[in-house]
Design a protein around this ligand. Structure first.
Ligand code: ZN
Length: 143
């Protein structure tokens, strides 16, 4: 029973020589806006070269409705682009804020490092002075 159902399904599905069910896609070109077609499922992968193609829908007549569908899709694309740009701007503001926080942190760490280096130089000088004093004391005691 399952085998028969599977064979029926294969017959209903469009297939090409690749033996994979064809992919239903939609054309959005000016010549065929919103017109569905089948082509090879591998056509976008570049793994196999297969030029299977078949229209599913009949062509729209040239004129008002064909142009309307095309222009509405173009408007939708431009709105989607604006949405993406708005999201990227928001992300950019967030990243600039995080960067400014990191910059102030780096600046305070550099200041701390400068103070530490200054202290280390003072301690080194103190050690040298103490060494000289020790040598002088030992030299005086020896004489
Ligand atoms: Zn194919």
């Amino acid at each position: 029973m399952q085998e028969i159902a599977f064979k029926l399904l294969v017959c209903l599905l469009k297939t090409c020589d690749c033996d994979v069910p064809a992919k239903e896609r939609t054309c959005w070109k000016l010549t065929n806006p919103d017109r569905r077609f089948w082509n090879c499922n591998n056509s976008l992968t570049r793994l196999r070269k297969c030029d299977y193609f078949e229209w599913k829908d009949v062509a729209l007549e040239d004129g008002y409705y064909k142009n309307l569908i095309y222009s509405m899709k173009q408007q939708l694309y431009s709105k989607e682009d604006l949405g993406v740009i708005k999201n990227l701007r928001t992300k950019n503001v967030e990243l600039e804020f995080l960067l400014s926080k990191d910059k102030s942190l780096v600046a305070s760490m550099e200041k701390g490092m400068y103070v530490s280096k200054k202290s280390i130089r003072m301690y080194k000088l103190l050690v040298v002075v103490l060494d000289i004093g020790y040598v002088c004391i030992v030299f005086n005691l020896a004489n």
